[in-house]
Design a binder for this molecule. Structure first.
Ligand code: NAD
Length: 319
């Protein structure tokens, strides 16, 4: 299979690309290398048969058309992905997530690819007090990030309805694992704790998230690419719903720290209290998560402990 992967130098994209190249797929990574894109995430792939890296923006239609020609499948990860940044700079999120997705769809239509997988998030459903969001539920995004992702989902699906573009969409819960930029809660907390620092916990720590190991999400994406039905949305969730305080306590334990390392900070504006997705549709395709949360968190903390040379330069860039 010849895959073009947008955002392949980011967290989930890089994990996905390593799996695809490892299987022998021909992969072109197409990435603008924003602060979140890191060539180190793709180390070791240069020289692999069929592997290529294109440094360009998803909003640049001519560059995208050049890069996409000759590919069967597009996996669209590229996005601005951090909620806190969207609160201070929403326009960038609209540019990359909405205009970028429209550009990817139009170029995919022009090139005539066999499948476009648009990678989205459970955050488009907004907060759900009880029960779980089904794919048919109305969208109620709270942040500029989730609003721009909701819009991008609708743009992608409109290309299926209007033009017959073979689009599939996934909406996954929070991912964790190697290569996640240390602004997101798990790598932020782990890198702070490994340096002996404090961790900033929003509000009362009672917000609930469902943590999905990045390899479980990648397996779901691979299955949807292979067997998903065009024009269909697939929720992806691991059934690991825990409070942020519970997550923090697990990370403290894994890093040899205690509750004195928690610094409670003012809550994020518009902070969704709880996400939960109904995963029966993707489970019917044959997917199930295989990673136990405690084992996955221990493996992830060990990765950050063993790879300080990966994250220390990123912390310096931020300061
Ligand atoms: P990330 O922020 O780690 O990586 C984003 C990548 O996109 C980076 O490599 C960046 O350089 C690239 N990029 C950004 N703007 C670009 C542009 N204009 N043109 C080309 N490339 C550009 O993101 P992630 O956490 O790996 O998330 C990937 C996708 O999965 C996103 O669409 C996100 O909304 C979605 N998602 C993420 C999670 C999660 O927990 N991380 C959960 C659900 C869905």
């Amino acid at each position: 299979m010849r895959l073009l992967v947008t955002g392949g130098a980011g967290f989930i994209g890089a994990n996905f690309v390593h799996r695809a190249v490892g299987r022998g797929d021909e992969v072109t990574v197409y990435d603008a290398l924003t602060y979140a894109g890191n060539p180190a995430n793709l180390a070791g792939l240069e020289g692999s048969p069929g592997y290529r890296f294109v440094h360009a923006d998803v909003c640049d239609a001519p560059a995208l058309a050049d890069a996409m020609a000759g590919h069967d499948v597009v996996v669209h990860f590229a996005a601005e992905s951090h909620v806190d940044r969207s609160i201070s700079d929403a326009a960038r999120f609209v540019a990359t997530n909405c205009v970028g997705t429209a550009t990817v769809c139009q170029v995919a239509l022009d090139v005539g690819v066999d499948r476009l997988l648009h990678v989205s998030t459970d955050e488009v459903y907004g907060s759900i007090a009880e029960g779980s969001s089904a794919e048919s539920d109305p969208l109620a995004p709270s942040s500029p990030y989730s609003a721009s992702k909701a819009a991008s989902d609708l743009i992608a699906l409109s290309y299926h309805r209007t033009h017959g573009l073979p689009v599939v969409v996934t909406r996954s819960t929070n991912n964790y694992g190697r290569f996640q930029y240390p602004e997101k809660v798990i790598p932020l907390f782990v890198t702070r704790l490994l340096r002996g620092g404090q961790v900033p916990l929003y509000g009362d720590g009672g917000n609930v998230r469902d943590w999905c190991h990045v390899d479980d999400n990648c397996a779901a994406l691979e299955l949807v690419l292979a067997d998903g039905v065009d024009g269909t949305i697939y929720n992806v969730g691991a059934g690991n719903e825990i409070h942020n305080l519970d997550l923090t306590q697990r990370l403290l334990g894994l890093c040899g720290a205690d509750a004195s390392s928690i610094e409670y900070v003012a809550d994020r504006p518009g902070h969704d209290r709880r996400y939960s997705v109904d995963t029966s549709r993707i489970r019917a395709l044959g997917w199930a998560p295989v990673h136990d949360l405690d084992d996955g968190l221990a493996e992830t903390v060990a990765w950050y402990r063993d790879n300080a040379d990966w994250w220390e330069p990123l912390l310096e860039e931020k300061s």
